[in-house]
Design a binder for this molecule. Structure first.
Ligand code: ATP
Ligand code: MG
Ligand code: MG
Length: 350
């Protein structure tokens, strides 16, 4: 059988490994950390740094296709890997989505709405951007942000100096604050042959910048639902994408506004594990392995609840409910803000 290489050994790599094993693949994780969620379930764990060329070569030579569970892989590592083994999703997607500025420009180029934005490198850019975009606004680092990290809210111009200081010298982007009624996301997939399949949009609630729940079905009119799926397909096709992508959207009075895209399986797609015959992890493995996609049909209404930090102590209680499917990541300590697991509560038939 063939082997799938996964860059990153977190919970997404873990759940991708399980799906790959079910389809008869072996998996090899490339991850600098020793004890990581994916290392408990993958066949091989290559523990090395992203600047270790010999290790990267060994990794690329021992797998048939390379995929990833996070988008911030150093470009130099990708160059080396790509020269030896196909990377799916492709490099262009990574280049576009590693930087919030290029990502928003790309989305606008497709005719999709985003928050108004401007690049901010210093206090002069910020003053100009605030004049142009207005407050309230959010200053974000262009790269490496996740779970709301690297963001500062600007309620009025007097918050500007502190917000800029919070960027710690990193290149930033100012985003106008989008007035939305709620947040949804679409988990889309595109196969090697260009087929596209999308899961139903889920409704997301964030607490302290971290995803708290995803609920299916989302509150959407049928035309909003259609828009969400079509714009996701447009993004996937434009990038000649292969694999699963998460597309985060704001629902507003003026239509759907794209918040961000993630070129990988996505936390807001975990509900598919218990709401669909083929979940996002199997779908991603199918796509990158060149298999036909499964259809994304949802058989159940589901609420996915993230277990962050000490939330994991609720497991004995949650486990008493036979309609709650439990997914734990095997992480050692329940640090504050750390994603320890999630549960999918089956609400009823779709
Ligand atoms: P993730 O873990 O999803 O990658 P992230 O750190 O990239 O998170 P964002 O998705 O950019 O963060 O923002 C986190 C949340 O903050 C959003 O889901 C939304 O609730 C709010 N938010 C971000 N940008 C805006 C905006 N321009 N207008 C209004 N709300 C926003
Ligand atoms: Mg993000
Ligand atoms: Mg986000």
């Amino acid at each position: 059988g063939s082997t799938i290489g996964i860059l990153g050994g977190g919970q997404l790599g873990r759940m991708l490994s399980v799906a790959a094993a079910r389809l008869g693949f072996k998996t090899c994780i490339f991850e600098p950390a020793g004890d990581c969620p994916a290392s408990h379930v993958a066949n091989f764990h290559l523990q090395a740094a992203y600047d270790d060329e010999a290790a990267l070569k060994r990794f690329a030579d021992s797998v048939d296709v390379i995929t990833y569970e996070f988008e911030n892989i150093p470009t130099s590592a990708l160059d080396l890997l790509e020269s030896l083994t196909p990377i799916r999703p492709n490099r262009r997607t990574l280049a576009v989505s590693q930087d919030r500025l290029t990502e928003k420009a790309f989305l606008n180029g497709l005719g999709l709405q985003t928050a108004p934005f401007a690049a901010v490198d210093d206090e002069f850019d910020l003053a100009e951007a605030l004049t142009e975009i207005g407050a309230p606004a959010i200053l974000k680092t262009r790269r490496f942000g996740y779970d709301g990290k690297g963001q500062a809210r600007i309620k009025s111009a007097q918050d500007a100096p502190q917000a800029l200081a919070d960027m710690a010298g990193n290149a930033a982007i100012l985003e106008g604050f989008v007035t939305f009624t709620h947040e949804i996301s679409v988990i889309g997939a595109r196969g090697l042959n260009g087929d596209v399949a999308c899961f139903d949009p889920g409704e997301n609630v964030h607490v302290d910048g971290i995803l708290h729940t995803t609920t299916l079905p989302a509150t959407l009119t049928s035309s909003q639902q259609m828009d969400a799926v079509l714009l996701t397909a447009k993004i996937l096709n434009a990038l000649d994408y292969v694999g699963v992508m998460g597309v985060e959207l704001f629902v507003t009075a003026k239509g759907l506004v794209v918040n961000e895209i993630a070129p990988r399986v996505h936390n807001s797609g975990h509900w598919t594990q218990n709401g669909c015959a083929i979940d996002q992890f199997e779908q991603h493995i199918r796509a990158v392995a060149g298999w036909p996609l499964g259809d994304g049909q949802r058989h159940s209404n589901v609420e996915m609840l993230n277990l962050i930090g000490d939330d994991v102590d609720r497991i004995p209680e949650l486990a008493k409910d036979g309609k709650v499917a439990i997914h734990l990541y095997g992480k050692a300590q329940a640090k504050k803000g750390r994603k320890m697991g999630h549960v999918n509560r089956i609400l009823g038939p779709a």
